[in-house]
Design a protein around this ligand. Structure first.
Ligand code: URA
Length: 196
């Protein structure tokens, strides 16, 4: 049962998963990357072509933008001190063919993996990027623009909604807002550390 798995078991379960038809077209599953002790958790949509080939999230163009935005708030997916580490995951662990949108039944089948990742990580902040991450975590169909700019909660963990980097690549004016969102996330984590 996914809800009781530890990190290695969860990783193995994702790579062996055949719960939906995406298992037939995937090259590799994409569990996520970063430290299991990360304080920031980033949740995107689904693997794209590069991610499917490499088995790692956000390695294409969106990933380069994500990495540079994270670097600007002192965060990294690499093995850096704990306070600077992020864990990056997606709502779907397999690539939808031709990068089509995740289907509701795929989201439903895959969700227990993300739920368990968050339970095990116990991050100090979750950054939900784009509408599919928002649908999965907040059960909301409201547009990102309506939900960003304030602190939500997911199972007690503060959650910030922001634009997906792929959207930012097409809509540069929103980059300033995404930057505000990252600063809000950083300040939420700072407040927790000051209170601890
Ligand atoms: N877009 C996503 O949402 N996730 C990835 O891993 C890559 C691109």
């Amino acid at each position: 049962d996914i809800a009781t798995m530890d990190w290695p078991a969860l990783r193995a379960a994702v790579s062996a998963c055949t719960a939906c038809s995406l298992c037939k077209s995937r090259t590799r599953t994409v569990f996520g990357t970063g430290s299991p002790r990360a304080r920031w958790m980033i949740v995107g949509e689904a693997p794209g072509e590069q991610e499917d080939l490499r088995g790692e999230p956000f390695v294409g163009k969106s990933g380069q933008l994500l990495d540079s935005m994270l670097a600007a708030v002192g965060q990294s997916r690499e093995a850096v001190p704990a306070g600077q580490q992020v864990f990056i995951a997606n709502t779907l662990k397999c690539r939808p063919p031709r990068n089509r949108n995740p289907a509701p039944e795929e989201m439903a089948q895959c969700e227990p993996f993300l739920v368990r990742q968050i339970e095990l990580l116990k991050p100090r902040i979750i950054l939900a990027m784009g509408r599919f991450a928002v649908q999965a975590l907040l059960r909301s169909d409201a547009p990102v623009g309506k939900l960003r700019g304030r602190v939500h909660r997911y199972q007690g963990v503060p959650l910030i909604v922001t634009y997906h980097p792929a959207y930012l690549l097409r809509s540069l004016p929103e980059k300033a807002r995404a930057w505000e969102d990252l600063c809000l996330a950083a300040s939420v984590v700072e407040q927790q550390e000051a209170a601890a």
